[in-house]
Design a binder for this molecule. Structure first.
Ligand code: S3P
Length: 432
């Protein structure tokens, strides 16, 4: 049975709270912990379906993972060559990050593997990673050459490469980095626009020599990973729903604690500030090599902007909630360079355009752009297209709409933000 939400106008958000751990870092922490020598303790692990699927896969590959408490994992690393073949299919669920990063890691193993995913993940393009990994000598077969299930043929000696990812994708870059760890020589990976650098940062913190800066990584194969402790900050992608809601709902004043503010993730803060949003970074500090801070957000009158295209990769997962901000800002907002949104958990341009139109907003789109004229939102029936971020974006939109909004098929919110409804309600959103 699918889960539907009803939501209506909020009188304001208040309070100081945390959001669950960063999804990108949680996936990587399990992967590096598994390949390391020694025991890795993870604190602040995201208890989402996506990241739990990744942990389950490593258990299938012979890694012991203990769960001392919720949001903690103890990974007993098996070393770079210690994974064991699984006789079962490895199910990544809804997680593009899981599937793409695992492709890079598994193509370097001595054994074969099969990766599958849910209906949405099985429609997402994998050729972007397969083609690049094949350049290193990997052998991967996919349905129609592009889709899961992926049959990964192990036992290949990978060659180092000098390669451009071709698309601004941290997943493609990270898949190549995992493969490059097993190649016999030095690889150089560049990207058309810099993307999140968590794989690079984690390689370094596990003691693997790597040289990197925005848009370029240099790595030599054949090293060792040394286990350690990892503290995962709150996910700015999850925080973004509360940040935007607080800006939009009159009377709001909230503080989000311990949020990761890696510059490759804070495009949404810059975009909302350009619109006039009052977002204060308090108590900025470093935690396990990552910048974190508390964010105080107060209601603000937002104005339309032309979104600088250079910000898009740094807010790629926050575009849906940014469109909600634009729908309530004064004037017409234009955003371009959005083609990647078409191949996320849903076609996020199509999902948002349909939902915002249903709520009474004038929206136009092209294959890679969106134009939104701010207006008055009316409650409507919205299809989330089984996409967690679409469901949560419309939950926020409904807080500023007249009447009631019905949001269909919200089950997948559990992939990235378990407890969203409870937290939203305790902050002052009207949602059930
Ligand atoms: C992610 C990279 C991004 C992002 C995804 C997480 C990662 O995907 O949308 O939610 O953890 O590397 P792309 O690499 O497809 O841009």
């Amino acid at each position: 049975m699918s889960l539907n939400w009803t939501a209506s106008r909020s009188a304001g958000l208040a309070g100081s709270f945390q959001v669950p751990g960063d999804k990108s870092i949680s996936h990587r922490a399990v992967m590096f912990g598994a390949l390391a020598e020694g025991t890795t303790r993870i604190h602040g692990f995201l208890e989402g379906e996506d990241t739990r699927a990744t942990a389950r896969i490593f258990s299938q590959l012979g890694v012991r993972i203990d769960i001392p408490d919720t949001q903690s994992r103890v990974i007993h690393g098996v070393g770079l060559h210690g994974l064991r073949a699984s006789t079962e299919v490895l199910d990544c669920g809804n997680a593009g990050t899981g599937m793409r990063l695992l492709s890079g890691l598994l193509c370097a193993q001595a054994f074969d593997s099969v990766l599958t995913g849910d209906a949405s993940l099985s429609q997402r393009p994998m050729a972007r990673v397969i083609g690049k990994l094949e350049a290193m000598g990997a052998r991967i077969t996919a349905r129609d050459g592009n889709y899961a299930p992926l049959h990964i043929h192990g036992g290949q000696q990978l060659k180092p490469v000098v390669i451009d990812t071709g698309v601004a994708s941290a997943q493609v870059k990270s898949a190549l980095l995992f493969a490059a760890m097993y190649a016999d020589g030095e690889s150089v990976i560049t990207e058309p626009r810099p993307t999140r650098d968590y794989t690079e940062a984690m390689l370094k913190s596990f003691g693997w020599p790597v040289t990197y800066g925005p848009g370029r990584v240099q790595i030599r194969g054949g090293g060792r990973l040394q286990a350690g402790d990892i503290r995962i900050p709150g996910d700015i992608s999850s925080a973004a729903f509360f940040i935007t809601a607080a800006l939009l709902i009159p009377g709001s004043d909230i503080t989000l604690e311990n949020i990761g503010i890696n510059p490759r993730r804070t495009g949404i803060l810059q975009a909302l500030r350009l619109m006039g949003g009052r977002i204060e970074v308090i108590n900025a500090r470093e935690q396990g090599g990552e910048p974190v801070a508390d964010l105080r957000v107060r209601h603000s009158d937002l104005k339309a902007i032309d979104l600088p295209e250079s910000l898009v990769p740094d807010m790629i997962d926050e575009c849906p909630i940014f469109f909600v901000a634009a729908a309530l800002a004064e004037g017409t907002t234009r955003a371009r360079g959005l083609a990647e949104l078409r191949v996320k958990e849903s076609d996020r341009i199509a999902s948002m355009v349909a939902g915002l139109r249903a709520m009474g907003i004038a929206v136009e789109d092209t294959p890679e752009s969106v134009t939104i004229t701010g207006g008055i939102l009316h409650g409507a029936a919205i299809d989330s297209h089984d996409d967690h971020r679409i469901a949560m974006s419309f939950a926020v939109a409904a807080q500023c709409a007249s009447g009631q909004t019905l949001i269909r098929d919200c089950d997948n919110v559990a992939t990235s933000f378990p407890g969203f409804v409870d937290l939203a309600r305790s902050a002052g959103m009207i949602l059930e």
